[in-house]
Design a protein. Structure first.
Length: 86
């Protein structure tokens, strides 16, 4: 069982992963020669964020659970938007 500090750390790691996905999304330039690489990087960041969120959900408080579920929706929305553009 995780103590309070460990729970907070896993939540913060998930939160940081989501920020990295959002940053990677903002950095994508669809008409640039590096678009494929940028897209691949974003998908990798998204997969890592989903894994971090799943880990954090295992020990999250109710308040954190709500935020983590919103993080999942945010990432899914970013990926859906990219798929719609493609």
């Amino acid at each position: 069982m995780l103590n309070h500090q460990d729970k907070r750390r896993t939540f913060q790691e998930a939160q940081q992963s989501v920020k990295q996905v959002q940053d990677a999304y903002v950095d994508i330039i669809t008409d640039s020669p590096g678009y494929g690489h940028q897209l691949q990087h974003l998908k990798q960041e998204a997969n890592e964020a989903f894994q971090q969120i799943q880990t954090a959900l295992g020990s999250a408080s109710e308040h954190q659970r709500v935020q983590l579920e919103q993080f999942q929706k945010d990432i899914s929305g970013i990926l859906s938007e990219l798929n719609a553009e493609g």
